[in-house]
Ligand binder design. Structure first.
Ligand code: KIV
Ligand code: NA
Length: 271
């Protein structure tokens, strides 16, 4: 991974230039985003966004490895972080270390990301101890959607805010180089950012975070299901795809496509 932005370089950005992150699951999207971002996240959101599962619990190790490999092939500059899927790390430290090792070995990515704070501090520390950089993820944890009975914004009560500060400190103390804060009330996300020395990356969090991340498909208006409040749509690719499909269908039905320029004749045979 020579020439890539390293986890250590991102850690050193704390309090300096914001860290720009987007998700990527495929080779072409990685190619297009790589020049513009600091970090490409192969999120387990791939299970929903590309595979149509109802939540991220549908992600598997095989899925994360295959998409991680595609994103590595399509990027050369950004730091690539691959999500550990539900079931690959929560139960035991041994499972966590084995899963993180497989992701690193089979994709060549730069780091892994796990959801949770105090509850998985031992797993983070064990993965870091064998030399694998870890990104944490606290606040709203999509892999806990069934346990929680839905997606609940975090930090609204004083007790919950204290639990989040404890989670942030646990992730920091376990040796993570950065932490995602998701779906958390703004003042608490800002306060976490002030209290820890590793950079925070917000999604539905605060502009005070040390960086921001969005699901790329949401940000480019390609997501066909409901888009959360925290998303800003920078393009409207649903409309572009719909218009292209409708125009193609018209052309095929009217025999306007293929035209002479798309055909091979007997005499000239240029591809
Ligand atoms: O899976 C994902 O896309 C994520 C980001 C939303 C942080 O974890
Ligand atoms: Na994720």
């Amino acid at each position: 991974a020579a020439g890539r932005i390293t986890p250590a370089a991102l850690l050193a950005r704390k309090g300096k230039e914001p860290i720009v992150c987007l998700t990527a699951y495929t080779y072409p999207i990685a190619r297009l985003l790589d020049p513009h971002v600091d970090l490409l996240l192969v999120g387990d959101s791939v299970a929903m966004v590309l595979h149509g599962h109802p939540n991220t619990l549908g992600a598997t190790m095989d899925m994360m490895v295959a998409h991680g490999q595609a994103v590595m092939r399509g990027s050369s500059r950004a730091c690539v972080v691959v999500d550990m899927p539900a079931g690959s790390y929560e139960d035991t430290v041994e499972n966590a270390v084995a899963s993180a090792s497989r992701i690193m070995r089979e994709t060549g990515c730069d780091a892994v990301k796990l959801e949770g704070g105090v509850a998985i501090a031992a797993q983070i520390a064990a993965i870091v101890a064998i030399g694998i950089p870890v990104m944490g993820h606290i606040g709203l944890l999509p892999q806990s959607v069934e346990k929680e009975g839905g997606y609940k914004i975090k930090g609204r009560s004083e007790a919950n805010a204290e639990a989040l500060y404890a989670d942030a400190r646990a992730v920091e103390a376990s040796g993570a180089f950065s932490v995602v804060i998701e779906g958390t009330v703004e003042p608490v996300a800002a306060e976490i950012t002030r209290r820890i020395r590793i950079p925070t990356v917000g999604i539905g969090a605060s502009p005070a975070c040390d960086g921001q991340v969005l699901v790329t498909d949401d940000a480019i208006g390609l997501t066909v299901d409901r888009v959360p409040k925290f998303v800003k749509e920078y393009a409207h690719l649903r409309d572009v795809v719909t218009d292209a499909a409708a125009a193609y269908a018209r052309d095929v039905r009217s025999r306007a496509f293929p035209g002479p320029e798309h055909l091979f004749s007997l005499t000239k045979d240029k591809a």
